[in-house]
Design a protein around this ligand. Structure first.
Ligand code: ATP
Ligand code: MG
Length: 140
């Protein structure tokens, strides 16, 4: 079986706080292989499409404003158990509940501005990777 893939996004607060290097360093130190990486600024409509599963949630409008507020850095990461391991590396959604030493515990300023996104299932990882990258942009 090939290693699993996940889709990560270094969110606009990560870019704005000059934390791209530090977060990528932690990702590589944790033995993820970066298969694709780019910087992009999402439009409001693109952020709404990406987070469509949260359309009915009260924070949807704020979340999509935030995600389109500046550039972000999506990446496809590969590792055995990538999805669960990446979510362990970043910690709980709310930085107050995130374990010490996780990216969100160390850098997130709120439950919304929480530095990174990680896909939560293989199906979503695939859908989200295809949202940002074509097949030929996944470097082997
Ligand atoms: P992500 O999907 O970004 O990796 P997550 O899976 O930990 O985060 P979700 O429940 O999928 O959390 O929420 C998606 C994003 O919506 C969160 O990362 C956060 O930016 C925002 N969010 C979640 N809950 C709230 C909330 N109660 N108030 C404001 N924003 C929230
Ligand atoms: Mg999520």
């Amino acid at each position: 079986m090939p290693p699993q893939r996940t889709l990560a996004i270094l969110k606009p607060d990560c870019v704005h706080q000059h934390l791209i290097g530090e977060v990528l360093r932690r990702i590589q130190e944790a033995d993820f292989t970066i298969r694709a990486l780019r910087m992009v600024r999402l439009s409001k409509a693109e952020a709404e499409t990406f987070y469509a599963v949260h359309r009915e949630r009260p924070f949807f409008d704020e979340l999509t404003d935030f995600m389109s507020s500046g550039p972000c850095v999506p990446a496809v990461l590969e590792k055995e158990n990538a999805i669960v391991d990446f979510r362990s590396l970043i910690g709980a959604t709310d930085p107050n509940e995130a374990e010490d030493g996780t990216v969100r515990a160390d850098f997130a300023s709120s439950v919304q501005e929480n530095i990174v996104h990680g896909a939560d299932s293989p199906e979503n990882a695939e859908r989200e990777a295809a949202f940002f990258f074509s097949e030929r942009e996944l470097v082997s």
